[in-house]
Design a protein around this ligand. Structure first.
Ligand code: ATP
Ligand code: ATP
Ligand code: MG
Ligand code: MG
Lengths: 256, 256
């Protein structure tokens, strides 16, 4: 049975998509069967894996709004073992369209249950907000992973995110747990990065991944070519970090 | 009569709040009377100006939801001439709460009209989404400023943002125009920054500010002290760039 992990943080630009794409690719390269579900109207995970958003017949929008099965939207990627449910701009109106729908926060949960039998890991890349789309992801998930930029504003949002997690766990998904906090864009030469890392590790202890992701412009370059970092430049530090993170996620799954 | 400018981009982490705070501070230092309205539930502009979000009696939430006058929420900042309407987590539910309200996209417009007579510039810092809050900002504004990170995913969202602008202009605010596109986190040593600048200037021509904002960790440090960059470190390149941008905005206002 595969596990479902949401990549969540309402703070914008902290590395949610970059982590979703490269962690999913890392696990696929290590032999796991992986599905990445893009529920962000920006569709960055979709284009980050080289899929043309303008030529999609079906996307996650159809799963949310016209009851299409998840299986009918799954596309292959350049990496064996890695599949994606794409997103595009159609999803922009979903927050409003879902407002008057019965059990609007459980739609994704009902649609993803069957996929657990086909994949070892299912990741959900969330938009930078705590609306119905992100709520759907948290209800559908076993756990959630929080990319955290080592900067001041990113720390501010953490308390709010933990509040939301507690609400979802108490009311909608009792078994939801935190997969971990991942420090991204870490720059060991900047005082603020070191300071924030210390604070986060003291506060959240073993909930923080041992792996940190360094700031590396090659990640952005890889995205402009629609490739995960391992296919763009295997020897860069960001590539080895994301592979290391993949191994850490596998180890955690075994021991939890 | 003051002009109202929204700082908008649904892509997260591109420098909306950093621009809102430092451009507002720059204009205040140059002698203009400036109001900054924070409509992002994260409240980063509020804490970026040193205001404690947990001790607010009234915030922008009250303006949206219980018809409080904007004037009753305005607070002073460390800078003469610069005032703020703060935001906090209360605003998280606003997208849903506004759904069944009459003329939900015109609330902010009706509340800000009087403030034009007291301020030379009114800026609105928006969240990273195109929901009711951002819609309210675009309807209330004369123009909008788009911070654009010089990276691939940021370019992707631009087409969608221009679509939304056209929709708002055609249906809700005929006079809305683009104040400009601002290149942020610009790194002249990175090939991808140079490439994206060239593409954006070719495509958007005089709609792109001449001033670009360099990547500078001092901006993040200043935020952790709740200060605009000019109060934290006046001689850094980011400080001179935001002052230069302030002058460019003043010049544009004279000639348009
Ligand atoms: N470790 C890193 N080093 C350098 N740049 C990075 C790193 N991680 C992400 N980036 C860049 O930072 C920007 C933001 O990353 P990304 O889009 O993954 O964040 P996000 O949290 O998904 O954003 P959003 O909130 O808009 O969904 C991107 O342009 C990406 O290329
Ligand atoms: N020119 C710059 N150089 C270096 N860091 C910057 C620069 N501008 C912004 N930052 C940092 O990048 C992060 C994102 O900036 P900011 O929070 O202003 O973006 P935003 O678009 O308002 O994000 P959100 O979408 O969450 O509202 C912050 O931690 C900020 O300190
Ligand atoms: Mg993203
Ligand atoms: Mg912001």
């Amino acid at each position: 049975m595969g596990i479902i992990i949401s990549i969540v943080n309402q703070k914008g630009g902290v590395g949610k998509t970059t982590t979703a794409v490269n962690l999913a690719a890392g696990l696929a390269i290590l032999g796991k069967k992986v599905l990445l579900i893009d529920i962000d109207p920006q569709g960055n995970a979709t284009s980050g894996l080289g899929i043309n958003k303008d030529k999609l017949e079906k996307s996650i929008y159809n799963v949310f709004i016209d009851n299409t099965n998840l299986e009918n939207t799954i596309k292959i990627t350049d990496i064996d073992n890695l599949f994606i449910v794409p997103a595009n701009n159609d999803l922009i109106g979903a927050n409003v369209e879902l407002h008057n729908v019965e059990q609007r926060e459980k739609i994704l949960h009902n649609k993803t249950e069957r996929a657990r039998y086909k994949f070892d890991y299912i990741f959900i890349d969330c938009p930078p907000s705590l609306g119905y789309l992100t709520l759907n992801a948290l209800v559908a998930s076993d756990s959630f992973l929080v990319p955290l930029q080592c900067e001041f504003f990113a720390m501010e949002g953490l308390a709010q995110l933990i509040n939301t997690f507690n609400l979802v766990r108490d009311r909608l998904n009792q078994n939801l747990y935190i997969e971990g906090i991942l420090l991204t864009m870490f720059d060991k030469d900047k005082h603020i990065s070191i300071e924030i890392e210390k604070e986060v590790r003291e506060h959240f202890k073993d909930k923080v991944f041992k792996t940190t992701i360094p700031r590396d412009i090659k990640l952005t370059e890889a995205q402009s070519f629609g490739k995960p970092i391992m296919l763009y430049n295997m020897i860069t530090k960001a590539s080895t970090s994301y592979l290391q993170l993949s191994k850490e996620v596998i180890t955690n799954a075994k021991t939890s």
